[in-house]
Design a protein around this ligand. Structure first.
Ligand SMILES: *[C@@H]1O[C@H](CO)[C@@H](O)[C@H](O)[C@H]1NC(C)=O
Ligand SMILES: *[C@@H]1O[C@H](CO)[C@@H](O)[C@H](O)[C@H]1NC(C)=O
Length: 937
């Protein structure tokens, strides 16, 4: 790649000769390009025409055609993706978000689908469909919300497949820094378990991008997710830009949009030892090469079109660079993974230097700080493709803000929410839009951000992203308003084909059929900007010993290891009050029952405006508290030595065991954000890749440092071992655990395992596979038979635990599901229970039915702040089987019991709604630990 490629010389040079057709063509061109046919005729007679002159002329004429649908596209009567035997379908009585009029149009009525297309929308007279009678399928939507299918603009579906197996990762090529010739299509696996799961979340189209390990990672391909009759990757493609037999564009056709991946910043340095300066140079070098090929083509064509064939030779082409040349011709949507200002600036300069538009910046965590910079890019300002709250995992993402979508939209930039699947499970892409809406993006832009905007940015809005006649029949019927938490499809159509055979869903209350009334975060968004993405995250102690919360809708309290609803304004017929003294709830109930009038008039009152008081939540499963930035080694406690997989230095002594309390880091942004969203306690185990992690700690997420009163909640919580890896083997791990549980061993480790054997210290085992779970259940009973004492065992992860729910329940083992919503990412965790709409119950419901105590974990620390929504969602997925109180227990008392944390008495006050929904905003923490009420500012 250092040298400029030589022009295409592989074609044998044959003696030029005239053929009648070529002559006619030359004549024709000559006649339109010349004033004097006679003069030109003389010239033509002298010119030696190359053998492929006709082809070259066609190419030249098509070189600068703008991609898009062919002129007759909108009069199509059937989709090119239509599968025969698909019945015509009438969706009756739907509330239809069409995507039109900037996302503001809602139509009440029906939708008729046939031949893979949306045929009509509105009030459809059933008699007009009589001709279809025999085959017509009717779906009564019963007034439910219907949207176009969700479009994921940034996915690695099919190239980073589930379950991950050797030879199924085709995301990144590590062979070079700029490789525009690579194509994600060449690695597209049709057996990814995630297709069906993502469809069950309403995703119908995905743009499958190569990874970001290279500055230019290659060409992306947009696919529809449904299985095809042909079963091939090629048949999944939506409007492939070239004949699948090659890369040549058929010059007689209107070209289609192509897609390409670029990446800047830290990622590309993974394929070579380089800096940002090297990466931008690599870009410039590649673009310079493409520019020279383009220049040669343009010069060639200007001569050919003027019939100056003398010495012209073959049309200059270069298979390696043709895609990048097409970028320069404005015929490729360039998707650029780019986080921070330095890199955004570099790419904006590159786009102007080489004059090509950037379709979108992806990840783009700092774009909201520099909207005007984006507007300086060449051509249309790039759209911005974001995660909602997944941030701070590396330095480039450190200033990421949940307010970015609204700030960008306020600046007139187009916002797309994306999954980067499997980074986020694209089944839940809609959740990203819901969170963006929660933090202030308007409801119409939030829905657009996963439907119409990505369809438009991809150049595919002529057929997907809208419900209107003539568009592809990609339609989702939802069980609630799509921006309501837990919105789940009741049916998904792709190309008019119903994708869910036997959908499971439950009727949701009217409250879920409306756009959630989200809190006002205007001030927070301004502060985020003011502090360049690092706003202080303080809570303010109320100086008064007594604080009264008024206008309370519900009050949930801890009692005997359970959560109880103590008060409900609906039952009481009036709003409630909660009186707090020194961080303790001393009275809750009505104004009269708490004798509120007796309190002094200068006691601070906090109006919850119909909000709730709920137990604060506890998070477990991530390294929260042991690291500030996942991708930055210097911000972490680091990894522990493992006695099974490596050597432990002598200086640690025999039988050493590591305590997480010794490695705690406070004031991390993820910790403080967790605190502010009601997650006041975290339990974290030492981080290790081996078998034995060590002893976990419980700490206060809102404390400034480890010596503050109440910062350390419990120095030692549980002992942690890992069965999620098999090096050395699972059987070796079982043997090690057996020995440690049955034989007395030296050192602190021996002491810890003795406590485990006696049942006084919980043992938390990370495990996913049902087979390994079975071995562990056998081991437990074997050990208990010897000792006569019960072990407190908890499984963490446990994606396949539902398969042994009965046995786990009978063995009195607890389960912490992590992630809370399962994903078949590995072979060990592939047999998930996906829950509605694919199965009636999910893992939570199934385990609870077998009396297993269940808690919800998190995998990555940025998501601690979202625990409240995980809990609310789990309750909704259980379809009424899980009361709010039981749901709250999943992330409070149940976790305390499973981990062995002494019961906490912190509470959370939410305004405008509950902690479990998109209406509520956390405004206060009632901290018994700190003996005070703290307000979230
Ligand atoms: C549409 O569904 C709603 C909700 O179930 C119902 O109230 C209404 O009567 C239905 N309308 C028609 C025309 O069927
Ligand atoms: C590819 O080539 C085969 C064999 O020549 C042909 O049957 C097929 O139609 C071609 N496919 C496309 C998409 O051009």
């Amino acid at each position: 790649m250092d040298k400029l490629p030589t022009p295409n010389t592989h074609r044998p040079q044959r003696a030029p000769r005239f053929r009648p057709l070529q002559l006619a063509l030359v004549l024709l061109v000559a006649s339109v390009t010349s004033l004097s046919l006679l003069t030109r005729w003389r010239e033509v007679k002298l010119v030696q025409l190359p053998i492929n002159a006709q082809e070259a002329l066609q190419k030249c004429q098509s070189l600068n055609k703008t991609p898009g649908p062919p002129p007759d596209f909108h009069s199509r009567l059937a989709s090119d993706r239509f599968e025969h035997d698909t019945p015509p379908t009438l969706i009756k009585n739907a509330t239809i978000w069409t995507g039109r009029i900037a996302g503001l149009e809602v139509v009440t009525g029906d939708i008729f689908l046939d031949k893979g297309l949306i045929i009509s929308v509105g009030n459809i007279d059933a008699r007009s469909l009589d001709i279809y009678k025999a085959s017509l399928v009717t779906l009564d939507a019963g007034g439910r919300w219907v949207t176009p299918g969700i479009v994921d603009m940034h996915s690695h579906l099919g190239v980073d497949s589930a379950p991950a197996l050797k030879g199924a990762d085709d995301t990144n090529s590590l062979k070079g820094i700029t490789q525009p010739w690579l194509r994600s299509l060449d690695g597209l696996n049709t057996h990814d378990d995630a297709y069906a799961l993502s469809i069950s979340g309403g995703v119908t189209t995905a743009n499958v991008l190569p990874g970001s390990a290279n500055a230019i990672g290659g060409q992306a391909f947009t696919i529809k997710l449904r299985p095809t009759t042909a079963r091939s990757p090629s048949s999944m493609l939506l409007e492939p830009p070239f004949s699948l037999n090659g890369t040549t564009l058929d010059p007689s056709l209107t070209p289609r949009w192509r897609q390409m991946k670029h990446a800047c910043g830290e990622n590309p340095s993974r394929v070579y030892d380089g800096t940002r300066m090297d990466t931008i140079w690599a870009f410039r070098q590649a673009y310079n090469t493409a520019q020279q090929v383009k220049k040669k083509q343009d010069e060639y064509c200007s001569k050919a079109l003027n019939s100056q064939w003398e010495g012209l030779g073959d049309f200059p082409e270069d298979l390696q660079w043709e895609a990048l040349v097409d970028v320069l011709r404005g015929r490729v949507k360039v998707h650029t993974h780019c986080y921070e200002t330095t890199d955004l600036d570099g790419l904006v300069r590159l786009s102007n230097e080489f004059q090509f538009p950037i379709a979108a910046f992806h990840h783009a965590h700092e774009t909201y700080l520099v909207p005007d910079l984006l507007k300086k890019a060449y051509g249309t300002p790039p759209a911005v493709a974001l995660f909602a709250t997944n941030a701070r995992y590396k330095r480039e993402a450190y200033r990421g803000s949940e307010f970015a979508p609204r700030i960008l939209a306020d600046n007139g930039l187009r916002v797309v929410m994306k999954s980067d699947h499997p980074v986020l499970n694209s089944r839940h892409l809609l959740y990203e839009a819901q969170q963006a809406h929660y933090y202030g993006l308007s409801h119409y832009l939030a829905l657009s951000s996963v439907i119409t905007t990505p369809a438009t940015v991809l150049g595919l809005d002529h057929r997907i992203g809208f419900i209107k006649p003539g568009h592809d029949a990609d339609v989702v019927v939802w069980d609630s308003h799509p921006l309501a938490l837990g919105a789940t499809p009741t049916q998904v159509f792709i190309d008019g084909i119903a994708q869910l055979d036997e959908p499971f869903f439950s009727e949701k209350s009217q409250a879920f059929q409306k756009v959630p009334q989200t809190p006002d975060f205007t001030e927070e968004a301004e502060v985020a900007l003011k502090y360049e993405g690092l706003p202080p995250l303080p809570t303010r102690k109320v100086p008064s010993n007594t604080v009264i919360f008024t206008n309370v809708q519900d009050i949930f309290v801890r009692q005997d290891g359970q959560i109880h609803e103590l008060f409900s304004a609906t039952s009481a017929g009036e709003p409630g009050v909660v009186v707090v003294q020194h961080g303790n709830i001393v009275c809750s109930g009505t104004k009269t029952s708490c004798a509120v009038d007796q309190f002094h008039s200068d006691i601070p009152l906090v109006d919850l405006k119909g909000g709730s008081i709920s137990p604060s939540l506890l998070t477990f499963g991530s390294p929260l508290g042991l690291e500030h930035i996942q991708g930055e080694k210097s911000t972490k406690d680091g990894r522990v030595f493992d006695p099974l997989t490596g050597t432990v230095p002598d200086i640690l002594g025999e039988g050493s065991v590591i305590k997480a309390v010794d490695g705690l880091h406070f004031s991390g942004r993820d910790q403080l954000l967790a605190y502010r969203t009601g997650v006041t306690t975290a339990v974290t185990a030492p981080q290790g890749a081996g078998f034995l992690s060590g002893l976990s700690v419980a700490f206060d997420t809102g404390s400034e440092h480890g010596l503050v009163d109440g910062a350390i909640v419990q120095e030692v919580v549980a002992l942690h071992v890992n069965f999620a890896s098999n090096t050395p083997s699972i059987s070796t791990r079982i043997a090690a655990l057996r020995r440690l549980l049955t034989t007395s061993t030296p050192g602190e480790l021996g002491v810890a395992f003795e406590k485990v054997s006696q049942g006084s210290l919980p043992l938390v085992v990370e495990v996913h596979s049902a087979d390994v779970i079975a071995s562990l259940i056998r081991l437990k009973s074997e050990v208990e038979e010897i000792s006569g004492l019960a072990i407190r065992l908890t499984f963490l992860g446990a994606s396949e635990a539902h398969l042994l729910a009965k046995e786990i329940g009978e063995a009195r083992i607890g389960v912490i599901l992590n992630p809370a919503r399962p994903y078949p990412g590995s072979w060990q965790s592939r047999r998930i229970l996906p829950g509605p709409p694919l199965t009636k119950l999910g893992a939570v419901g199934t385990l609870l039915e077998h009396n297993v105590i269940v808690g919800l974990g998190i995998e990555e620390q940025w998501s601690a702040r979202n625990l409240r929504f995980d809990v609310g969602w789990a309750a909704l997925d259980a379809g009424g089987r899980l009361s709010k109180a039981k749901a709250l227990a999943l992330a409070s008392v149940n976790l305390e019991q499973l981990l062995g944390v002494e019961s906490q008495a912190n509470y959370v006050a939410t305004q405008g709604g509950s902690i479990l929904d998109f209406q509520g905003k956390v405004v206060g923490i009632i901290s018994q630990r700190k003996g005070a009420v703290e307000l979230v500012e």
